[in-house]
Design a protein around this ligand. Sequence first.
Ligand code: AKB
Length: 319
Amino acid sequence: MHSTAPGVLVIGSSGQLGLELLQRLRQIHGSTRVVASDIKKAPDFEGPFELLDVLNKEALFALVRKYEVGEIYLLAALLSAVGEENPLKAWELNVNGLLNVLELARETGIRVYWPSSIAVFGSNTPKENTPQHTIMEPSTVYGFSKLAGERWCEYYHKRYGVDVRSLRYPGLIGWKTPPGGGTTDYAVHIFHEAIEKGRYASFLSANTRLPMMYMPDAIEATIRLMQAPSENIRIRSSYNLAGFSFTPEELGDAIREQMPHFELSYDIQPLRQSIADSWPASIDDSAARHDWNWKPEFSLHDMTRDMLHNLGKLKSQSV
Ligand code: AKB
């Protein structure tokens, strides 16, 4: 790298969030300054890409030196449903991967972005308008690995001055990339099958209300958080973040406004249903709104229209 500005490293760049965040970061910083990395390469990358397992500390440190990295976005994680299939691997990747990055940040002064999730809450948490500070007794390995990660982030900030920032994402919905093994994935699958088959069988029950967000809002929130002055970031564990909440039935109704013949049925998966039942139905994100002016743009109906339009276009181009 010959630029004087520090490089940006995205770890987990082939995933649902990674790919879209990578594109946005490359718009902001320029393609050559933003290095993509993952354990597998996504098909259509332009710009630097490196194979990297974040658990390999030496390889991580070498990459940071090679590209003179000043900022890391650590997105590699096992999500809630796949995490339950391999709990020890989920713990190792989600916690030790973060610790490798935090150690690097402590030694070099690199800034860090790391996502947390609404999965940090559990069934004893108030379900409606879940506060920033409340009871947290997550029941999934994903949830308590994220909660442990939040504690580590705050610890590295207070103890070593590491500039680490984080958001508790709700379920993320986007058309550019498939979701990667979460409990909220139905809200993306439903659009694919609505367009391809005109019907969908939801693995969550009709009245399961969960907090969700359209991907452009999630990307905007991430960029806004990272661009905010350090003194505005009062919370160094992770900020609550809200878009909108809905049930599968309400999402089906919103799709039917655009596609009147769409049929929704139910084929409940007990594991995912029990995870969803332990999570909040809606989130209070007033701390994020106050500290760094967060405000989402998209409603359920805006998102539904945009998803059907863009995904429909994408699918018609690929046939
Ligand atoms: C999941 O369902 O596991 C994720 C999340 C809410 O963190 N989408």
